[in-house]
Design a protein around this ligand. Structure first.
Ligand code: UDX
Length: 435
């Protein structure tokens, strides 16, 4: 099929590369001409395992092309909108880009083309897009919603082998086109209305975020009653009704989706006079969780002014260079406010921006980052961090305080090395009970 994808962020680029690998002719459009040139030359602007090699393979095979503009007459059977939907200051999703792209496609697509949203858009957006196109006289186009569930770090695997496909449609033609588009993908498909598809995406992210905030609250109670949250999660997860995934306690969720989508769903509910109390609490718990080490650091070090704290891990999770809504940046902000001196280490991220927009440099040598530190905080569970030579880390630090914000270090071992150690709801037990 001839496929047009607008937006080459994580979702658009990965989707384009994967559809090309299924044999479709894919044109990816992005307004950023520099990025387009980079992609045309086979360079991937994001860090994602396996993506660059598949991108080059598809470019060479001639199935994948990039352009800075949608061609004047786009003879594509299907066009996917995968542009950003950033959070406005009030938490609502900003749809300016989605509507601008849809308008342009309304001028350029051939009759019977299916225009589908891949970006996460508020419930009702598909219907609004259709009304806009009808107002433009385009009653011959078909609007659909096919949300994306890929995770950063495992984006290729998630797209090539998804757990499910969701087709939000208003007519049989859209369903046939989307089925043909996904012919190479083996996954069960949910056929539903556009509004239902849009809600499936928000509800999925909100539910996963709820699991994380739930286990984080359990962890905070565990810390006070001498229980171990990691073992609690294992014990809970063995019940198939609960499931073991997304029960890792830590410094909360970050990234480009969960924080934005949970806030957006609270607003979607509010717009129809529904007070989504549970999700509001999930968001609040997550906000508090990200700065949980602050209290412990103050207990250990007293006034943090002038104290040197090493932050280990800057990406919002391992396997990506994405720092959007990263716990590390939020923690850095509150520690800076207290006057602490910070050094940051990450195996992939080299630079990031503070909340005020000023650049923060990130070291690529963890042993340099902890040199003469008064305390270190593990924020991202990269294997490069978990597998550090911890006795050497201890030697290099001025004081022995270590906070494991992702519960990836064995408490008993860390204490044996000489660290004064804390984590998110796991007590140091005997070596025999250590997991
Ligand atoms: C998420 C959804 O998983 C994906 O389906 C959707 O399309 C986009 O949003 P992503 O943001 O890439 O994907 O990362 P994910 O692996 O889901 O992790 C999100 C955040 O939750 C990370 O900050 C991670 O550290 C945190 N997390 C995850 C936990 O704190 N505990 C867990 O048990 C799992």
């Amino acid at each position: 099929m001839n496929v047009l994808i607008v937006g080459t962020g994580y979702v658009g680029l990965v989707t384009g590369v994967c559809f090309a690998s299924h044999g479709h002719e894919v044109l990816c459009v992005d307004a950023d001409a520099r990025k387009v040139r980079q992609l045309q030359a086979g360079h991937c602007p994001i860090y994602e395992d396996g993506l660059e090699s598949l991108l080059r393979e598809q470019l060479q095979a001639g199935r994948l092309r990039f352009a800075a503009q949608v061609p004047p007459t786009a003879a594509h059977e299907v066009a996917l909108i995968a542009v950003g939907t950033p959070s406005g200051s009030d938490g609502t999703a900003d749809l300016t880009n989605v509507f601008a792209v849809a308008k342009e496609l309304g001028r350029k697509l051939q009759p019977r083309a299916v225009l589908a949203t891949k970006s996460t858009v508020p419930v009702g957006t598909g219907d609004k897009l259709e009304r806009m196109l009808v107002d433009m006289g385009r009653t011959d186009l078909h609007v659909a919603s096919t949300p994306e569930f890929l995770r950063e770090g495992t984006a290729l695997k998630d797209t090539l082998y998804p757990t499910r496909l969701v087709f939000g449609i208003a007519d049989v033609h859209s369903s046939e086109v989307l089925k043909r588009l996904h012919a190479g993908v083996e996954a069960p498909a949910v056929l539903c209305s556009r509004a239902t598809a849009e809600m499936i995406k928000y509800a999925s992210n909100a539910f996963l975020a709820t699991k994380i905030s739930f286990i984080n609250e359990i962890a905070n109670i565990c810390a006070r009653v001498d229980a171990d949250v990691s073992q609690v999660a294992i014990g809970m997860g063995m019940d198939p009704r609960i499931g073991g995934s997304f029960l890792r306690a830590g410094l909360g969720y970050g990234g480009s989706c969960f924080p934005k989508d949970t806030r957006a769903l609270v607003n979607i509910a509010g717009d129809v006079d529904y007070d989504f109390k549970l999700l509001k609490a999930v968001v609040e718990v997550n906000q508090l969780q990200r700065t949980a080490p602050l209290r412990q650091l103050t207990d250990w070090l007293g006034d943090l002014s002038g104290k040197h704290i090493a932050i280990l891990g800057v990406a919002f999770k391992p396997g990506t260079d994405d720092t959007r809504e990263s716990a590390a940046l939020e923690l850095a902000r509150v520690l800076r406010d207290q006057g602490a001196r910070l050094t940051l280490y990450d195996p992939v991220v080299r630079r990031c921006s503070s909340h005020s927009g000023s650049p923060i440099s990130v070291l690529d040598d963890p042993y340099l980052a902890v040199l003469d530190a008064d305390a270190a905080v593990v924020v991202t569970e990269w294997s490069e961090i978990v597998d550090l030579d911890w006795p050497l880390v201890r030697q290099r630090m001025r004081q022995p305080f270590l906070y494991d914000g992702r519960n990836v270090l064995a408490p008993y071992t860390m204490q044996s090395i000489g660290f004064t150690f804390a984590n998110v709801g796991r007590r140091a037990m005997s070596a025999a009970l250590q997991v």
